[in-house]
Design a protein around this ligand. Structure first.
Ligand SMILES: [Zn+2]
Length: 362
């Protein structure tokens, strides 16, 4: 790095440039990270393109901090090797740790483009993938919501983990759209995991448990703004009760392209089922939901996210294509029956949600 480079960096630091400095650094210093490769190759590499896209989109607060730290260490004294090492450390953080923290989205909110972009794996025809292959595929972030309503004074701290205030939910959906996420449905996820079919770019699945009326009155209208569809895991005992969706509403959201899954009859823990419990909690609710929607019920979510190997073996008798838990480790033999989701606590920011999506699903 010559003096021209250093003065340019200092200029960026003093003028608080969050954009020029990192781009300049990547374009001029990056080749040192890959000795033997020429600059053009390095700049054209996937990593650089991705990094630059992120830089442009996020306004790059992180890299702003990076510049500041360069300043504190006195950039004039840094050797090229030190700067290269710093970039090497900073770049993965930039790429993966959510540089979106409270930055202004660069793109306006708009319905996701209908285009389909190839996922990491090309479409594959043939036999279903084995467990190891499924576990090896990049996980799709799956959000799990319960209540969408404003907090009440009586809500405990724990309860707030399951209640997302309306404004927060709106902000979360908007940030997903602004960040280019496309909502996918369980069939797409299944085809991707089991057969390697392509997904839209930046896929996310948005799921709702427990049949709450606010899913119908608040969540769905909000999601419609961005062309998003959701997955609704219904406990059939609550259908038509005050504060819960009616059969007609479930039928309507199914007709509108959302997916209806089973969440048992009355939310008992599947690990404790014996005898008739399977018929009461799984067989009958699936039949009732199929009667309501006119479609087979192919997906199931464990109440409380609790499951074990015995419950997987029992659920297989009902031919679910996939079963969803919360955030435990997936089963090594049956990853499709232990698909991970993350609950977004009500007090989290939208940016926090995005960070967890990136960090928790890999
Ligand atoms: Zn539940």
């Amino acid at each position: 790095m010559n003096f021209g480079h250093k003065y340019f960096l200092l200029f960026c630091i003093f003028y608080d440039s969050n954009y020029l400095a990192p781009v300049y650094l990547l374009r001029n210093v990056k080749p040192y990270l890959f000795p033997g490769s020429n600059r053009k190759d390095a700049i054209n590499s996937y990593e650089i393109k991705t990094g630059l896209k992120k830089i442009k989109r996020c306004g790059l607060r992180l890299t702003g901090r990076f510049c500041l730290r360069l300043s504190m260490k006195n950039v004039l004294e840094l050797t090229v090797q030190r700067i290269s090492l710093f970039i090497l450390l900073a770049l993965p953080v930039t790429l993966y740790s959510g540089c979106d923290s409270d930055s202004q989205p660069a793109k306006p909110a708009s319905p996701p483009a209908p285009k389909t972009v190839a996922a990491e794996t090309p479409p594959v025809n043939g036999p279903m993938a084995d467990a190891a292959t499924i576990l090896h595929r990049t996980e799709v972030p799956i959000l799990c919501y319960h209540q969408i309503r404003d907090f009440k004074p009586t809500d405990s701290h724990t309860a707030k983990d399951y209640i997302v205030p309306v404004a927060n939910f709106r902000e979360q959906m908007k940030l997903l759209a602004d960040s280019g996420y496309h909502s996918i449905l369980p069939d797409q996820l299944y085809d991707y995991l089991a057969y390697g079919k392509a997904l839209p770019s930046r896929p996310v699945m948005i799921t709702f448990d427990d049949t709450r009326l606010d899913h119908y009155t608040i969540a769905i209208p909000e999601m419609k703004k961005y062309g998003y569809k959701g997955v609704f895991f219904i406990m059939t005992v609550s259908l038509g009760r005050p504060g819960y969706m009616s059969k007609e509403q479930v039928k309507q959201i199914s007709d509108e392209g959302n997916i209806i899954g089973s969440h048992t009859w009355d939310h008992h823990n599947v690990k404790k089922y014996t005898g008739n419990d399977w018929m009461i909690q799984v067989e009958k609710p699936s039949k009732q939901l199929a009667d309501i929607t006119g479609k087979p019920v192919e997906y199931f979510a464990y109440p409380f996210g609790l499951w074990n190997k015995e419950s997987i073996a029992n659920l297989k008798r009902y031919k679910f294509k996939a079963v969803f838990q919360l955030s435990d480790r997936r089963d090594e033999n049956d990853p499709l029956y232990s698909i991970r989701r993350v609950i977004i606590p009500g007090e989290w920011s939208a940016a926090g949600m995005l960070r967890v999506m990136k960090n928790s699903f890999r």
